[in-house]
Design a protein around this ligand. Structure first.
Ligand code: SF4
Length: 321
């Protein structure tokens, strides 16, 4: 084989390696990890058409694998820091809501009631910008990226399920965030949120109603979510079906989906750039504010890069003046 063929072989073997464990399992309950998904229709499909979902693409499988490895590394780190880790050995389940979840682990510390007080923990590995950005539980309630809210609902589901099992309210749980770039950990406390739990119960009841009545909720309109949905091939009307989509819009949608796929691979980098941009903006806002207030705009106009060289525009963007 020539070098090109060897490289090609490597790529194929790697793809095989990532896809070898792909298994689409039956979904008989509402999963805590999914219940905060923005599309109720997706949640109903998960229960009724689970066998029809598209297998995750290799890129996503790589992310899952990295997540599992990071989780184990985080647990080792916590142990080395003196925490006591109790692995969660079974699935928590509420038969009425048909809600179930498997908690990453429970942690305690010798100083917490002599190591007898344990709390539920969900471990997430994140890029360095997200790591810096997320400071408390409310930061998970942001609309974008939508998985933040999913994570929040996941841990609220755990609080509900643990409370049910113990027959007393479990007041809080923790996220352990792991910075993928430098291995730093961050502990974020999440207090039980009755509004979120009520919404989880409402969602479970609606899913059950749709399953019983063999109906489907409305589609969402956010194409960026639909484009990566494993049920998009059975959910979205075919582009040539004419079901409410005329040819002009079809082409527009087709182009949007193509572009979305292109952007998908760059998304992580984009998020990092966006976060870096936000941080820089905040930094400049802090550092340059006195100069703007002192009226030394001309000095700034020559010292900042050309594309920011309109101080009126810059001033507006940074200070809203
Ligand atoms: S394709 Fe879109 S509307 Fe359909 S189930 Fe998936 S996310 Fe929901």
């Amino acid at each position: 084989m020539n070098p090109k063929e060897l490289v090609e072989q490597f790529t194929q073997l790697q793809e095989k390696f990532y896809t070898r464990d792909v298994k689409i399992s039956p979904v008989h309950t509402n999963r805590a990890s999914e219940i905060g998904h923005p599309c109720l229709r997706y949640l109903v499909y998960l229960r009724t058409r689970w066998q029809d979902q598209l297998p995750p693409p290799p890129k996503l499988l790589q992310v899952y694998r990295a997540g599992r490895e990071q989780e184990e590394l985080a647990k080792t780190q916590l142990r080395e820091m003196g925490y006591i880790i109790k692995e969660s050995i079974y699935n928590f389940h509420d038969p009425q809501l048909q809600l179930s979840g498997s908690i990453d682990c429970f942690i305690s510390h010798p100083s917490w009631d002599n190591g007898r007080q344990f709390y539920a923990v969900e471990i997430k590995s994140v890029d360095r910008f997200t790591f810096e950005k997320v400071k408390n539980a409310n930061d998970f309630l942001a609309d974008k990226p939508y998985f933040f809210r999913k994570w929040y609902y996941q841990i609220q589901s755990y609080l509900y399920l643990v409370s049910q099992q113990k027959q007393e309210f479990e007041d809080f749980a923790f996220f352990v965030l792991r910075n993928k770039n430098n291995t730093e950990l961050k502990l974020i406390d999440v207090t039980i949120d009755y509004d979120a739990i009520e919404d989880i119960m409402r969602r479970c009841a609606l899913i059950l109603k749709h399953i019983t009545e063999k109906t489907l909720p409305e589609r969402i309109t956010d194409l960026s979510i639909c484009a990566t949905c494993p049920f998009r091939h059975i959910c979205l009307p075919p582009l040539d079906s004419g079901q409410g989509l005329d040819a002009e819009i079809d082409e527009e949608i087709l182009n949007a989906v193509k572009r979305l796929h292109e952007l998908e691979t760059q998304l992580e980098e984009f998020e990092e750039l966006q976060a870096e941009y936000d941080q820089l903006k905040e930094f400049l806002k802090e550092r340059l504010k006195p100069k703007f207030e002192a009226g030394s705009l001309e000095i700034l106009a020559v010292s900042i890069p050309h594309r920011f060289n309109s101080h009126v525009h810059f001033n507006k963007r940074c200070f809203g003046k």
